[in-house]
Design a protein around this ligand. Structure first.
Ligand SMILES: [Zn+2]
Length: 111
C-alpha cells in the first residue's frame, strides 16, 4: 500500500510569457547627480558667546544628502554654553557644518 506521487506539471504559464527578443537594458542615467562644489567652511572656529542667539548659514557634508554642499540658513540658533552651536541636517539627520554665524541684534526676548 503506497501513495502514488503525482509529478507536478512543469509547464508553467510563466515560461510562456518570456519576452521573445533580447532584453533591452534600460539606459543608465545619462546625467549623474550634479554635486556642487564644496563650500569652504570657516578657517577658524567661530567664537560664540554663551546664551546668545545667532543667525547662521550652514551646509551639510554628508555625501549623497540632498543638502550636500547646499548653503542653508537658520535664522535663529541658540548658543547655550558659548562653545558649541549645533545644527542638524533635516534630510540626513547628521550634524551640519556652520559656515557663518551672526549674532542677532537685538537678541530675541525670552518668552
Ligand atoms: Zn544632510
Amino acid at each position: 500500500m503506497s501513495i502514488e506521487d503525482t509529478p507536478p506539471n512543469n509547464t508553467s504559464a510563466e515560461d510562456m510569457n518570456d519576452p521573445p527578443g533580447p532584453i533591452v537594458e534600460p539606459d543608465p542615467d545619462p546625467e549623474p547627480q550634479p554635486v556642487p562644489d564644496p563650500i569652504p567652511g570657516p578657517t577658524e572656529p567661530i567664537p560664540y558667546e554663551p546664551q546668545t542667539w545667532y543667525s547662521i548659514t550652514w551646509t551639510c557634508r554628508t555625501a549623497g544628502c540632498p543638502n550636500e554642499n547646499q548653503e542653508l540658513s537658520a535664522p535663529e540658533m541658540y548658543s547655550n554654553d558659548g562653545k558649541t552651536l549645533g545644527v542638524f541636517c533635516g534630510r540626513c539627520n547628521k550634524k551640519g557644518t556652520i559656515l557663518t554665524a551672526t549674532k542677532l541684534d537685538p537678541q530675541p526676548e525670552p518668552e
